[in-house]
Design a protein around this ligand. Sequence first.
Ligand code: GLO
Ligand code: MG
Length: 344
Amino acid sequence: MAGTFRFSFGPWNIHEGADPFGPEVRKSIPFNQKLAAYKKLGFDGVQFHDDDAVPDMNELSQKEIIREAEALKKTLDNHGLTAEFVAPRLWFDPRTIDGGYTSNCAKCREYAIERSKRTIDIARALGTRNIVLWLAREGTYIREAKDPVLAAERIAEALQTMLDYDRNIRIMIESKPNEPMDHTYIPTIGHAIAMGLMTNAPERVGCLIETAHALLANLSPSDEMGFALAHKKLWSVHLNDQNSLKFDQDLTFGAVDPRRALNQVRVLDKHDYGSSGEWVGLDVKVMRTQKDGTCMKHLEYSRKIFLKLLEISRSLDDSKINQLVAERDYEELNFYILNAMLKG
Ligand code: GLO
Ligand code: MG
């Protein structure tokens, strides 16, 4: 019997539509109202930035932060929701202008580490051991600004400090090759897995693969997932879509290339993703043109598309596929897949 999947997203996936060229175009939806929408949209898991969970956390003491996170845990329980992960937001504060762990300023690096420890406190209070690191500004605009060897060592040191701070947590690195930086130090999932090897607890360092981030590196998202699955490191995903090499679009899953989406669903399903509690996260953005009342459809439809593709994938005849592979008739296999998709 094939497994079932459970779905998650973050509160940032319902937003007001501001972009670098224009202001908000929709009203803010209060956090509690967002939480109330999860189940209706078919989602059971919530992904958090640390300050989504505890707003203005830099103004609070460690105790106050933990108390607020504990209160949030009760609210989540009341909604029947589970916290999937917490991620330190290391790209907003003035102290993270030049990066967090790789900043050239020692005091700023110290801030990034302390903030990451508070993220772990929050995760603990929310009942999750999953910490996600999207290393937004760990890179450079010009190569001469940082020493890449030192940068890798500093990231490893930060990972080690977090792993030592709480021996129960595990870290999922969300790789991305660029944006906001020109180049980042962990552009692909191979880099993420290799970073774990620089710590003394590589078994607690894995990864989160985002479709768009793999595409921005000009890689196949399903092959990236396959590589991580082979290493037993695929602990979360951010499914979405991307229309060629440009800014990170976070489009509705499957919106550009449904076959590419099918292959992601297929590799996850065939290799029992989810059987150890992994979530299917959808990191999708609302189109700026959506109106107030219709600004959650991208989430609902991304999940529906995933389930439709799952149905198509499971309807494929494996013995037929194996036979075509054995005959090396990939043209026939190509047509078989396309035909199944166009019928589906
Ligand atoms: C941006 C990332 C971002 C992360 C989120 C969780 O490109 O995809 O949305 O997924 O901050 O760490
Ligand atoms: Mg993401």
